[in-house]
Design a protein. Structure first.
Length: 192
């Protein structure tokens, strides 16, 4: 007599899933900035100077020179003054060209032209007709007032742009679970 036996086979359940990554994009637009610099206020005041002309000696000498000598003296004086003016224009041009490297060339030139540049305030001595006229000019100091104005800075910050695509999980059954039961060896011989 052979007894029955059971054969049991089980197959597990297999699950699979796919999960692509989520996508995230963050973009920060540039901020807008506006800078406004208001022009400074510059006030320059030149008080009146004091001019003195003494022509006593010239009156005595006027009859001693003829017209040719007077014309020659005036021409020489005019030529010298033109050369001095050309030299001064060149110096001022160099000062203005160096403005980019710092300094205050405009105020320096204004000071030099204000007559205070010469130590005692004497601008001219002598005369257009030669010796005999004494011209004395005493300058008052130049007053330069600079009032700086403010700087305005306006900043507009842009919000960030955020794009997000979440991850998605796809699950599926790759293999279903199964249970197989089989009866093996069911042979029973019974003699009577």
């Amino acid at each position: 007599m052979q007894l029955a036996s059971l054969s049991i086979r089980s197959t597990p359940l297999l699950l699979n899933w796919r999960s692509p990554r989520g996508e995230q994009e963050i973009e920060q637009p540039r901020a807008n900035m506006q800078i406004k610099q208001e022009a400074a206020i510059v006030e320059i005041r030149q008080p009146l100077g004091e001019l003195q002309i003494d022509s006593n000696e010239a009156r005595e000498n006027i009859d001693m020179r003829g017209p040719l000598r007077r014309t020659s003296d005036n021409a020489e004086y005019g030529y010298n003054k033109v050369m001095e003016a050309i030299e001064q224009a060149g110096i001022e041009g160099d000062q203005l060209r160096a403005f980019e490297r710092g300094g205050n060339a405009i105020a320096d030139i204004a000071f030099e032209n204000s007559i205070m540049f010469s130590g005692e305030g004497v601008v001219a001595a002598g005369s257009l007709i030669g010796d005999g006229i004494e011209i004395r000019y005493e300058a008052k100091p130049v007053e330069i007032n600079i009032t700086p104005r403010g700087t305005k800075i306006e900043t507009t910050i842009q919000p960030p742009v955020h794009k997000y695509t979440p991850a998605k999980v796809d699950a599926y059954v790759k293999q279903w679970n199964r249970l197989d039961i089989e009866v093996v060896g069911l042979n029973v011989n019974v003699a009577r």
